[in-house]
Design a protein around this ligand. Structure first.
Ligand SMILES: Cc1cc2nc3c(=O)[nH]c(=O)nc-3n(C[C@H](O)[C@H](O)[C@H](O)COP(=O)(O)OP(=O)(O)OC[C@H]3O[C@@H](n4cnc5c(N)ncnc54)[C@H](O)[C@@H]3O)c2cc1C
Length: 407
């Protein structure tokens, strides 16, 4: 009897195995000309070497601090590889190119750590413009914002650590709540889901609270507001489960963008410096395990949870396609999204889109100087570990070789 059930289990697993491969670089880079591919090769070769990457990013920081005219150089190299342009209108070309391959664009106004009320208001207005743009375009399935673009980091830190606020700070926080509500209300009005990005742990509690307040208000029919869960944090899987319990009790939908997390070094350094236990998983395997468990949890609760798998990890993306197959979910079910960053992991995005899954890419835009923190994070992410070439570089080389042999 046990033997028969093993055979059945095996057959079921075989049936539900994903049929998608991420190896086809001709699909992955179909939208890139030879010149663009060679440029991508140059960029990834550069950031691949840890010491070159360190010197280059240090020089860029210094250049900006000294007011040197380096914007032109950045535009000619990394900017257009990772960003859509300097304004919404200038992202048109990137948007159309992705749309041609059934990949949606998520316009990401990449201005972080604003400091003035005027700056916060500008970011709010700009984010609302992205929602209006999405309303007019079938190729923009989501919008996104970072709370540090519309609120003071110091204020968020104080709220996170439950410090008393002065009356001025209370007023400032009311304005933050109003801005978040203005963005989410517009998203709700136009039926465009909006993603709230996750940031550093020492400001994340108020970000979560703002996101849940908005979910309660706007997610009664479907997930319009998505919060982000960083699975490199030891607390995140439980936070996801708690958020789900709360939504069950209060009867609204959860939008869950799952990511591993982008601030690991900073988090560990801060924990060490200030002498508190690191909030980050002890190793990569633990982050991977938590990520995949989060996918399983969301899938098991799909009656109430919509997922965005925000990852460049091939296994995690494969695993979601596998879970979808096991649960009998169509590839194009609108509750399940795969998302990558513009200029990265095209092998995943383009192959998934070709197989009929819902795929979107964050397309950052904004003035060159303002998107530098974003670009520096991408440089760090693509630096090789232990002398190995990054996956991105290997794929670009494979495609360059393929094109050369074809000629
Ligand atoms: C669409 C999208 C949206 C995103 N939004 C956010 C966001 O809102 N907030 C945010 O923080 N990030 C965000 N990110 C960035 C994301 O967190 C990084 O791209 C991601 O961490 C890289 O991981 P990966 O899933 O692509 O897989 P991999 O490349 O397999 O994993 C790398 C990640 O694993 C984790 N890791 C690596 N080594 C260790 C270790 N020793 N111990 C513990 N963990 C380890 C780190 O998080 C590291 O970045 C987003 C990414 C995408 C694609």
């Amino acid at each position: 009897m046990e033997f028969i059930s093993v055979i059945f289990a095996h057959l079921f697993t075989m049936e539900s195995e994903p049929k998608i491969s991420f190896e086809d670089t001709s699909i992955a880079f179909s939208y890139k000309s030879d010149t663009e591919l060679k440029k991508a090769h140059f960029i990834f070769s550069l950031v691949n070497h840890p010491w070159i990457s360190l010197i280059a990013t240090g020089a860029v920081r210094l250049g900006f601090n000294l007011g040197l005219p380096i914007e032109g150089l950045i535009k000619k190299t990394v900017f257009y590889h990772f960003c859509g342009g300097e304004s919404i209108d200038k992202t048109k070309e990137a948007l159309e190119r992705l749309a041609k391959y059934s990949i949606g664009t998520i316009l990401d106004y990449s201005v972080e750590g604003e400091k003035t009320e005027e700056g916060f208001e500008n970011t709010t207005i700009e984010t609302i413009l992205t929602i209006e743009k999405a309303h007019q375009s079938k190729d923009i399935p989501f919008c996104v914002f970072k709370v540090t673009g519309i609120a003071s980091t110091q204020l968020l830190e104080k709220i996170h650590s439950k410090e008393d606020l002065s009356s001025e700070e209370k007023l400032a926080y009311e304005k933050v709540q109003e801005r978040v509500n203005r963005i989410c209300h517009k998203a709700f009005e136009y039926n465009i889901p909006v993603l709230v990005d996750a940031e550093e742990t020492w400001i994340q509690d108020p970000i979560d609270t703002l996101a849940y307040d908005m979910m309660k208000k706007y997610n009664s029919e479907k997930a319009i507001v998505f919060n982000t869960f960083q699975l490199y944090r030891t607390a995140s899987l439980q936070n996801l489960k708690d958020a789900f319990q709360k939504s069950e009790g209060e009867n609204y939908h959860i939008g869950a963008k799952l990511v591993r997390g982008a601030y690991m070094e900073k988090e560990r350094e801060s924990a060490e410096k200030l002498g508190y236990p690191s909030p980050i998983q002890p190793n990569k395997e633990a982050s991977d395990k938590a990520f995949n468990e989060a996918l399983e949890f969301c899938m098991a609760n799909k009656h109430r949870v919509s997922i965005m798998c925000g990852s460049h990890n091939e296994y995690s993306n494969q695993y979601l396609t596998q879970l979808m197959a096991e649960h009998g979910i169509a590839n194009n079910d609108e509750r399940f999204w795969f998302a990558q960053l513009y200029g990265m992991s095209d092998n995943i995005s383009f192959n998934l889109a070709r197989a009929g899954y819902r795929v979107a890419k964050y397309v950052p835009y904004g003035p060159v100087k303002s998107v530098m923190p974003y670009l520096l994070r991408r440089a760090a992410e693509n630096t090789s570990v232990a002398g190995q070439s990054s996956r991105e570089l290997l794929l670009i080389r494979k495609e360059l070789r393929r094109r050369k042999e074809k000629v």
